[in-house]
Ligand binder design. Structure first.
Ligand code: SAM
Length: 263
């Protein structure tokens, strides 16, 4: 996740297998999207912005609830899919630290694992484009070590040590008190933490390997160890968890936050 000029490089990792990501991986996040939309009571007439929207499944689902949607992501190839899914939405390529909308434009702003402890400028921007009293919702990784599905994220740790350290720095937003502090510093009030669950399901190990391999962090791991080693490690992890007649399942704790811009 990058602030500043670095955002223009994001598509190299996140966009290189955009169709795989959209069709094979993103649908596994659907429980997370439904849970946060429910907590925020997203409904007809809401003007909603999704920050770091990826290929836009969350936008499509918010649209089904009647919201008039906008979105932004740094990856042009993911944005192309988001626009294909929601042709009426205002979806743009850009940097979440410099949102191209005027002040107080939206009733609801969401971000699903898109804003991190390392990107506080994106929180300030989310606050700026919300109307007074508007609702904000954010998800981030929760307690990964306690998550039964932590194995599914393990191959991403094959990246070079500075990148693994950066992932850890980003994830600080989910730690007790840290996300609340960052939201308060950005000007939000009525900050509440919610324990959410991500439940990824994959038909078989090959589906899992193709899905996880399409993500941005996988690009960093593949650059470090090569595609063959990345895929071998991921296949081994998944093969050990195959269950007869059932999909592979990885349940991961998420930290969810809801808050408001002061009215
Ligand atoms: C973990 S993915 C989450 C994507 C989407 N919210 C989802 O639920 O699948 C992080 C997203 O952040 C985007 N991203 C990274 N840095 C960004 C930046 N500076 N501005 C906008 N988007 C960025 C990536 O392209 C990627 O789509």
């Amino acid at each position: 996740m990058a602030d500043g000029a670095q955002w223009e490089t994001v598509d190299r990792g996140w966009g290189r297998l955009a169709a795989d990501f959209a069709a094979l991986f993103e649908p596994a996040n659907v429980r997370e999207y439904a849970a946060l939309h429910h907590l925020l009571a997203v409904s007809a007439g809401d003007r909603l912005l999704d920050v770091a929207c990826g290929s836009g499944l969350a936008i499509e689902l918010a649209g089904l609830r009647g919201a008039a949607c906008a979105g932004l992501d740094a990856s042009g190839r993911l944005v192309a899919i988001a626009r294909d899914r929601s042709p009426d939405a205002d979806i743009r390529v850009g940097d979440m630290a410099a949102l191209p909308w005027p002040d107080e434009r939206f009733d609801v702003v969401t971000s699903f694992r898109g804003i991190w402890a390392t990107t506080p400028g994106a929180l300030t921007e989310a606050h700026r484009v919300l109307r007074r009293g508007g609702r904000f919702g954010l998800t981030a990784w929760g307690h990964l070590k306690r998550s039964p599905g932590a194995w599914a994220l393990a191959p991403l740790g094959l990246a070079e040590p500075p990148q693994v350290q950066h992932q850890s720095d980003m994830n600080q937003i989910g730690r007790p008190g840290r996300g609340e502090q960052l939201l308060a510093e950005a000007g939000f009030v009525e900050i509440e933490r919610h324990e959410l669950r991500m439940v990824w399901e994959f038909a078989d190990p090959a589906h899992y390997v193709r899905a996880i391999g399409s993500s941005g962090p996988a690009y960093e791991a593949i650059q470090a160890v090569g595609r063959a080693e990345f895929e071998t490690r991921a296949l081994e992890l998944a093969a050990a968890r195959v269950r007869d007649g059932l999909p592979l399942r990885a349940e991961i704790h998420l930290a969810g936050f809801t808050a408001r811009r002061p009215g």
